[in-house]
Every structure is written in C-alpha cells, then in structure tokens.
Design a protein around this ligand. Structure first.
Ligand code: AMP
Ligand code: MG
Length: 346
C-alpha cells in the first residue's frame, strides 16, 4: 500500500513478533485482493472487465464494496469508489508531481466514466444471514462495472478495512488486550485507560506546523480513527498544488479542506467518513454524520485564517493543543473545555 504500518504494544508484551506476523499477513492479503496495482487483485480484474463481464470477487472486495456503496449513497455521491478515471485525469497515476492541467475534454470523459450507481454488486449474506457493516466472513460475490473505462479505486476505504481485519485477527487470538494498529493514520486498538493501562492518546497532526498537533483524542476499546488530509498526496499544476481527494460531482480536487479526522466505531467507518466529509459542505457533513450515530469529526478548513471545527460528539473527547485552544470552534456553540493532555503516544 506504499505506506507505513505500525503495531504499538506495551513494552512488557511477550508475543509481540507473533502479533506482528498476524498483522503483516492480514495487510498482505488485503493488498493482494484490493490493490489497483496488483494485476490479479479483484479490483484490477474488475477494472479490466469494465463495460463487459461480471467478475467473481472474494469476501474482502465484497465487504469493502458493500460499505463503499452505502457511504456513496449516504453522501449523495461525494464519496465515490469509481473516482479512478478522475484520479488518472488529474495526473495522480503517473508517479510525477509536476503534471499538466487536464483538458476540458479529458475531464468530461473521466466524469462520464465515474459514478458509483454503475457498480453492480450481487447481494451477499453474512454467516448469520444478517446485514452487517463489517462482513469478514461473507461468501464471495459477483460484481461488475457497467461502463467501459470505469475504474474502481478503493484507496479511500481499503486501509481502514485492513486495520479492522487485523484488529479482529489479534482479538481472536485472545492474547493481547492492549494494542494499537496504525496504517497510514487509520487506527484501531484496545486500550481504554484504566488502572492497568495508560490508554492510547492519539495526536491529531497539525499540517500547518511541522511536528505540531491540532490536539489529542484518547481512544476507547474498539474505536477507529482516521484522517484525510490535503497534504498526504498532491500534484502540482502550473505551480499550484492539487490534493488527491476529488469531488466526483464536479470532477475537481477539493480546495476548501486541509484535513478531516473522524472517530468512529470501526477503522473502515472512520476511513470512509473522513474522505466523504472532506468533500461535503457544512450542511451535508451534518446530514452524513447524523446517519452514523456516535461518530464525530475534527475539521481544519482552508480559510484565512484556518478554522478548526469540532463536532458535538467530540466535545469532551478532543483536547485542542495550546496553539489552537483559543480559536477552536465547537459546532454546538459551546466554549472549549479547560485543560490539556500532555502525553502523546502516537
Ligand atoms: P483517504 O486518504 O482515505 O481520504 O483516501 C483518498 C484516496 O481515495 C485518494 O488517493 C483516491 O485514491 C481516493 N479518492 C479520491 N477522491 C475520492 C472520493 N471523492 N471518494 C472516494 N475515494 C476517493
Ligand atoms: Mg478514507
């Protein structure tokens, strides 16, 4: 996945290397099945058959696609796993940072090849027959992309899914109740602070100040957290930077947002929502979060000066860094809570 993975454990953990192997194995399996760049992955096979044949896909692709379609619908298409042609048009697939501006014709063609409603996924059942957000054991399914030239790109959700799978794998081994998995800022673990453990205090990066934090969030058992940022990947066109998150409704990279951090019930939920919320406007962000009870977000807006916004769910959970404490805005209209947390372990 061209990124860094971390497994954090208390120093006294005895079976650390066994757990590390479990996590690596899970990540490799997910990459083999979901990477755009592995010729035999389910995603690459689907993309090769775009506009023609249905493809048999494994349980990982089926679970991720089902959830991606849910968030695509809930977000009115702001989240769209078929952004592949737009990513290519904006020059993200060339391995270069300086690229030419796409022509209007190229953008028009890419937009015409984008659209989650043209994904067909045969329904799949969970082991107990119930619908579920997280479906690790679903039978394999069939899927197809209706339009020639369509390209699935699960880059906004696959890392969160991989983290959830690794989290479940470690838990099923039953040997560790204090760990944190971090795949490129997509995190999940066990470790609610108690007499027996310190807990995982997550520092939310301040992209405007090297080495600084916007604030911290203590993670509770099983919660997922993810950040989407305009600083993570970008291309430069005529001296101007364009971020890697694209509004599929306009076909243009999003300009108004610097970063979005989401706390959710799983890493996949946090991953998908952070990308979707990055694209949406203020009203639409509220509407999407209402469909995900318990989830909260921290937004850093590209305004002058930049604004740091915190949703009500994180009112007591997000502790702004000193530099932001005075300007941080709470979306329920209250003032910031007092006090700061010092230890930042991540
Ligand atoms: P993330 O870092 O999780 O926000 O994911 C960003 C990645 O998701 C990009 O590098 C693209 O591969 C893909 N992507 C870009 N825009 C969108 C979008 N609007 N909906 C879904 N995926 C997107
Ligand atoms: Mg994401």
């Amino acid at each position: 996945m061209s990124t860094v993975a971390e497994l954090s454990l208390p120093a006294a953990t005895t079976n650390a290397s066994a757990m590390q192997r479990v996590v690596s194995t899970v990540f490799e399996e997910v990459e083999n099945r979901l990477s755009l760049f592995r010729a035999e992955s389910d995603v690459a096979r689907l993309n090769r058959q775009a506009g023609s044949n249905e493809v048999a896909i494994g349980r990982h692709a089926a679970a991720v696609l089902a959830y991606a379609l849910r968030v695509a619908e809930e977000s009115g298409g702001a989240f769209d796993p078929t952004v592949g042609p737009l990513m290519s048009a904006w020059g993200f697939r060339r391995g270069l940072t300086n690229v030419p501006h796409p022509t209007a014709a190229a953008l028009g063609e890419a937009l015409a090849q984008t659209g989650w409603t043209n994904i067909v996924l045969s329904s799949h059942a969970t082991p107990d027959g119930a619908e579920s957000d997280f479906v690790p054991l679903a039978d394999s399914a069939h899927a197809s992309l209706r339009l020639a030239g369509m390209q699935l790109d699960l880059g906004a959700i696959a890392k969160g899914y991989a983290v959830d799978l690794a989290y479940e794998a470690i838990r099923q081994q039953g040997q560790c109740d204090d760990f944190l998995i971090n795949l490129a800022g997509n995190m999940r673990g066990l470790g609610t602070p108690s007499a027996a453990r310190r807990g995982w205090c997550i520092g939310v990066r301040d992209p405007l100040h090297e080495g600084a934090w916007l604030g911290t969030i203590m993670l509770n058992d099983g919660e997922g957290i993810a950040t989407s940022g305009n600083y993570e990947r970008h291309v430069t066109i005529n001296g101007q930077r364009y971020a890697h998150i694209i509004d599929p409704r306009s076909g243009h990279p999003v300009k108004e947002m610097i970063s979005v951090t989401v706390l959710a019930g799983s890493a996949m939920e946090a991953d998908a929502l952070s990308t979707a919320l990055f694209v949406l406007d203020v009203e639409q962000r509220h509407t999407l979060l209402e469909k995900h009870p318990g989830c909260g977000a921290v937004y850093l807006l590209e305004t002058d000066p930049p604004r740091l916004l915190v949703t009500p769910e994180l009112r007591e959970r997000f502790v702004p860094a000193k530099a932001w404490a005075a300007s941080c805005e709470y979306l329920d209209g209250t003032t910031p809570p007092g006090g700061t947390l010092n230890p930042i372990q991540m």
